[in-house]
Design a protein around this ligand. Structure first.
Ligand SMILES: [Zn+2]
Ligand SMILES: [Zn+2]
Length: 143
């Protein structure tokens, strides 16, 4: 949270109480959260929270690089890379929907380079790789 505050201060972004609250909810939740789950949780402290409130806060957090949108799950997860403007490389477990962020700028750069060979500019959306996390592998073996 201190990091997020610093990042917003450094970049002149206003980290409003609402944005702070949405970010805290995402951080507190281990697995990625969907916008409507977030809305439900937010309503516990803010009766008047509407979907648009949540979407605007999420838009801000994604743009600030604090949160990644996980397209495969249509959900949001806190960024662990702490590197502003990075796309991120997310491992998505097909079984439990948990997401792990890989800290490997080399892969991102190599994708961009190969894409550039085709005169293709990559977006900063995270790259998502699907598979099975460690916990789910051991459950699969046990059964
Ligand atoms: Zn990240
Ligand atoms: Zn799993």
């Amino acid at each position: 949270m201190a990091y997020a505050e610093q990042l917003c201060a450094d970049r002149g972004l206003s980290f409003t109480p609402l944005r702070r609250e949405v970010y805290a909810l995402i951080c507190a939740h281990g697995a990625p959260l969907g916008a409507y789950e977030l809305l439900d949780q937010l309503k516990q402290s803010r009766d008047n929270a509407a979907p648009v409130t949540v979407y605007r806060a999420l838009e801000f957090l994604v743009a600030a690089g604090l949160v990644h949108r996980v397209a495969a799950l249509n959900a949001f997860t806190a960024c662990h890379g702490h590197e502003p403007g990075h796309g991120g490389l997310l491992l998505v477990c097909k079984n439990c929907s948990n997401v792990f962020e890989l800290e490997d700028r080399g892969i991102e750069r190599s994708i961009s380079r190969s894409a550039a060979d085709l005169a293709f500019t990559t977006s900063t959306d995270p790259v998502e790789v699907k598979g099975l996390c460690q916990d789910c592998q051991s459950t699969a073996e046990a059964s």
